[in-house]
Design a protein around this ligand. Structure first.
Ligand code: SF4
Ligand code: SF4
Length: 452
């Protein structure tokens, strides 16, 4: 073996060792035991393989390993090429507005025998039988639910109660004197300030009719047509903590989602109030009081694409976010939507959420025509029936999604590759299954929250 070949093997072994050891340490920090085991094993076995020639006279081994190295480098380079990205793809624009009264949260509010109940099921007789299934179950945050935990359910309820206090002030009086604004400047200010308040990402879109529900379906907004009053919508995301979401469908999940409904609500309230003080109309859209369909607004504001679960898939946190929206007449500069086909292509192949869904609510099929556009839609009845049995909002699909991994260098390297190359998406998916499992088990609750 030449001196040059020896150096190549030592450098390769060192690079592999350092990379895999780093990935293993990151996995330990993420409490991903299975991944840590794979990376540690790789950090031992793969570098050793390239060090074998140092202890052998076999020239066959040298040639074999040099060929293997060459193939690895060629494969790596090929996988980095921008292939299969369908640059002309444009996400579909809804042709029909959603009636909020058809959402499960609205149907859950119907009191049996009431005027609204009779009216709704007179218009939708096919839904009454299936809705009576969730009505026969304990319900969300109920004592008899499978995941009942008095501490966690009370914590979640406390967050929902707090956000409910905001509801009466989502809109309000506008300052009489209008501050003159430069659209670019105030847009930049709003984006920076929303991040300072706790948002992960913020985008702006022109408000379209299809962003709004056609008719309200919750509380005092029930049965009232929703009219477009504003020109712009600002959408932002807040992160749902991974250590809580990975416990899905346990009680700690609804604690977290309620907490982030509250965070998103608080930020939206502050932003809307700020805009009104400048002398422009603004409304915060918060838990239980949305006039807009948040994922659609956030998608058009450039924050992500809609995936197999029908949720917003964001570039850095996948679906592990909650969305807040403020609609306004303040002049703003709009963002370009992503129109990023890589999310759709990945979802077509992945189906991990469908595999773990305990209620079979997520389709294994490709996108289908729904209300005139090609998209995925979950079976909301099956999903909500399951929530009503366990008492939490489940979240298994969100927890296992490969896009939900933490926003750190290791996973962002993979995300960059997934965005760039269709072949790499296939490889990344196989590796994700191998390293994290196709059906990862729910994680234990954080120690501080493990109350019985
Ligand atoms: S789990 Fe897979 S299929 Fe489901 S939303 Fe995430 S990437 Fe798409
Ligand atoms: S929340 Fe649970 S039941 Fe609902 S779609 Fe996701 S995995 Fe299925």
């Amino acid at each position: 073996m030449s001196e040059y070949t020896t150096i190549v093997f030592i450098l390769t072994a060192s690079a592999l060792f350092l990379f895999l050891l780093w990935a293993a340490v990151v996995s330990v920090k993420e409490k991903e035991k299975r991944a840590a085991w794979w990376f540690f094993s790789g950090a031992v076995v793969l570098p050793l393989m390239f060090l074998l020639p140092l202890f052998s006279e076999s020239s066959f081994l040298d040639y074999f390993l040099l060929s293997l190295l060459a193939m690895m480098m060629i494969a790596g380079l090929l996988l980095m090429l921008p292939i299969g990205n369908n640059k002309n793809w444009r996400h579909p624009i809804p042709v029909k507005r959603i009636d909020e009264r058809d959402t499960m949260f609205s149907r859950n509010e119907l009191v049996s025998g009431s005027e609204d109940y009779l009216d709704y099921y007179a218009r939708n007789p096919e839904k009454e039988k299936s809705d009576n299934i969730f009505r026969s179950k304990p319900g969300l945050l109920a004592r008899g639910a499978v995941q009942y935990n008095p501490f966690h359910f009370a914590s979640a309820d406390a967050s929902f109660d707090t956000v409910a206090e905001f509801k009466k002030a989502v809109d309000g009086p506008v300052a009489k004197e209008q501050v003159e604004v430069n659209a670019e400047q105030v847009t930049g200010y709003l984006k920076s300030w929303s991040k300072k308040l706790g948002a992960v990402d913020t985008g702006i879109t022109e408000l379209k009719e299809y962003h709004l529900y056609s008719v309200g379906g919750r509380a005092e907004r029930r049965n009232k047509p929703i009219v477009k009053r504003h020109q712009y919508a600002l959408a932002f995301t807040v992160e749902m903590a991974r250590e809580m979401m990975m416990t899905a469908p346990a009680s700690t999940v609804i604690m977290e989602s309620a907490q982030q409904y509250l965070e998103a609500g608080r930020i939206a309230m502050q932003l809307a109030s700020f805009i009104r003080k400048l002398g422009y109309e603004a409304r915060a859209h918060i838990d239980g009081n949305y006039e807009v369909v948040c994922p659609l607004v956030a998608r058009d504001a450039g924050l992500g694409e809609l995936g197999r679960m029908g949720l917003l898939m964001t570039p850095k946190l996948g679906p592990r976010v909650r969305i807040g929206v403020v609609t306004t007449n303040l002049p703003l500069v709009v963002d370009e939507p992503l129109h990023d086909y890589s999310f759709i292509d990945f979802c077509i192949q992945c189906k991990k959420c469908a595999h773990v869904c305990p209620s079979n609510a997520i389709s294994f099929e490709d996108e289908q025509e729904v209300d005139g556009v090609k998209r995925w839609q979950i079976n909301q009845e099956l999903c909500f029936n399951y929530w009503s049995v366990i008492g939490t909002d489940c979240g298994r699909c969100v927890a296992v999604c490969p896009f939900s991994h933490p926003d750190n260098t290791l996973h962002n390297l993979v995300r960059a590759g997934i965005k760039q190359s269709a072949p790499l998406r296939k490889v990344a998916l196989k590796l994700d299954d191998l390293i994290y499992g196709r059906k990862p088990k729910p994680a234990s609750k954080p120690e501080w929250a493990d109350m019985h």
